[in-house]
Ligand binder design. Structure first.
Ligand code: HEM
Length: 489
């Protein structure tokens, strides 16, 4: 009928409804509202502007997600629309133009590289094959702490746990200890922190039109980026060359470089066609950054919360001591029986997720959340720190209460959107098993073998629980944690 009469129907105007935004300033947009600890400022802002909020970080439109329902929409329902990554200059340089996994844009290359990681590097079988490395390094830390306990001197746990995680990751990935490399512990810590900062911060020239480059010149960000890139590139190339050398001694296990070089040499296995030495270096950077910092941050917060709550500490120690008995040490396989310790780790990752805004995503196509239009090429950040402390989902959210996980119904593997320390969907962290095995083993041994006291004159309420400031993707405890060990075994 309409065709015959050729009646023209009124065209519905296609209006775009963007998420609510706080008022912005010219040029810098909402950058000034990020504050010193951005996930905390964003949490406050979202109380006013809602769980789907649009900010302009300089010229970059960024959607901030702050509720379980909205997180489910972006990471599950519309995961395919927003599972790419933005491409700022810092990560671009450090990942050899996104030839890694974590920052590679969504597509065939990323899919193949992710398969290499999931099936060849971070699989349960591979992680279990490194059991002796974890146990050896934990043992060496325990020996050091035992010595300190005889003189009742405080141990800088931040420094020591950093060295533990770094040694384990170095041996697993590069087949050597970092003590034997160009880095000493101190320099290595500095390089990780500096690289993290470069990955998280955007060059001003990218988000502030016209004048940003002047800020970059003044802050020296470009030079810092180049310096850290060259240092890492030199190190990675050296370890790869060592592995290819005919003089290299045969090891009884394959480290990550062996596995990746084998894939290239035999041209078999996942991603063989895609893999080159540059990809190996880029993936090593992901392992180096993803693997070291996050585990230390989790263990440090756990020890800080436990020492603030002696009853919880005692309960955790009672559990591990009754399960292990007088064996003298906790081994890799023992941690499966430590149910209370597992609850503690969940509670730590709820209160202190090492990546409070996950790793930024970039949208690839238009979709809607809560009636708002999300457009292609927008940045998406999920505030899992805010969700983990939202009274709508958690009773007494600011309190450290591991028992809230007693019924086992909530886990951090990406299915429960109120607890997302590892993200969810296609880009979920592939290193969950690798991370939790070391965190569990490290903490279990610290709790089994020692009682922990605060340094003389310090009270529980004196422990500084502030978070590090800055725009890094991972956020650690602001000050080092120093505790006095009292030896039991
Ligand atoms: C407590 C420890 C860890 C935490 C909290 C953590 C957290 C995260 C988060 C939040 C993401 C982004 C997820 C998303 O976009 O949805 C991620 C990605 C990633 N993580 Fe982890 N991570 C940890 C340990 C590790 C370890 C030990 C490794 C490997 C050695 C690792 C390797 C990676 C890689 C390669 C990605 C990028 C995945 C992709 O983009 O496809 N992580 N991690």
């Amino acid at each position: 009928f309409l065709m015959k009469k050729k009646i023209k129907l009124p065209q519905r105007k296609n209006t775009t409804i963007l998420p609510p935004s706080p008022p912005k300033l010219p040029i810098i947009g909402n950058l000034h509202q990020l504050g010193e600890v951005s996930h905390q400022s964003l949490s406050k802002l979202s109380k006013k502007y809602g769980p789907v909020m649009l900010l302009h970080l300089g010229g970059i439109p960024t959607v901030i997600i702050s509720s379980v329902e909205a997180a489910k929409m972006v990471l599950k329902v519309h995961d395919l629309n927003c599972c790419s990554r933005p491409s700022p200059a810092g990560p671009r340089r450090l990942t050899y133009n996104f030839q890694d996994v974590a920052f590679a844009p969504y597509g065939e290359y990323w899919r193949q590289m992710r398969k290499v990681c999931v099936l060849e590097l971070f699989s349960v079988r591979r992680v279990q094959s490194y059991r002796f490395i974890r146990e050896e390094e934990v043992e060496s830390l325990m020996n050091f702490i035992s010595k300190s306990s005889t003189s009742s001197t405080p141990v800088n746990l931040t420094e020591k746990l950093f060295a533990l995680t770094a040694s384990v990751i170095f041996k697993i990935a590069f087949g050597k200890t970092f003590q034997g490399s160009d880095f000493d512990n101190h320099r290595f810590h500095e390089v990780v922190t500096e690289t993290e900062a470069m990955m998280g911060s955007c060059l001003a020239s990218e988000c502030i039109p016209y004048v940003g480059w002047i800020i970059d010149r003044l802050t020296g960000l470009h030079q810092r980026l180049e310096r850290v890139f060259k240092e890492l590139d030199h190190f990675f190339q050296q370890v790869i060359d060592d592995h290819k050398s005919s003089e290299r001694k045969k090891q009884d296990h394959d480290d990550f470089i062996d596995v990746l070089l084998k894939i290239i040499k035999e041209q078999s296995g996942f991603g063989a066609a895609m893999l080159s030495e540059v990809n190996i270096k880029a993936v090593l950077l992901n392992v180096f950054l993803g693997g070291v910092d996050t585990g230390v941050i989790t263990m440090i917060w756990a020890m800080a919360e436990l020492v603030k709550k002696p009853k919880v500490m005692k309960k955790a120690q009672d559990e591990v001591r009754s399960v292990i008995g007088d064996k003298g040490k906790v081994s890799d396989g023992d941690t499966d029986q430590l149910q209370y310790l597992k609850m503690i780790i969940k509670e730590i990752l709820r209160l202190h997720p090492p990546a409070p805004l996950l790793v930024p995503r970039e949208t690839m196509s238009h979709f809607k959340i809560n009636g708002y239009d999300i457009l292609p090429k927008m940045l998406v950040q999920v505030n899992v720190w805010g969700i983990g402390r939202d009274p709508e989902y958690w009773e007494n959210p600011e309190e450290f209460i591991p028992e809230r996980f007693a019924d086992g119904s909530i886990d951090f593997k990406g299915q429960d959107f109120e607890l997302l320390p590892f993200g969810s969907g296609r880009r979920i962290c592939p290193g969950i098993y690798m991370a939790t095995t070391l965190v569990e083993l490290g903490l279990a041994n610290l709790l089994y073998r020692f009682d922990w006291k605060l340094p003389d004159g310090m009270k529980e309420e004196d422990i500084n629980m502030e978070e590090q400031t800055g725009l890094s993707i991972t956020i650690s405890k602001k000050t080092d944690l120093q505790l006095v060990p009292v030896k039991l075994y």
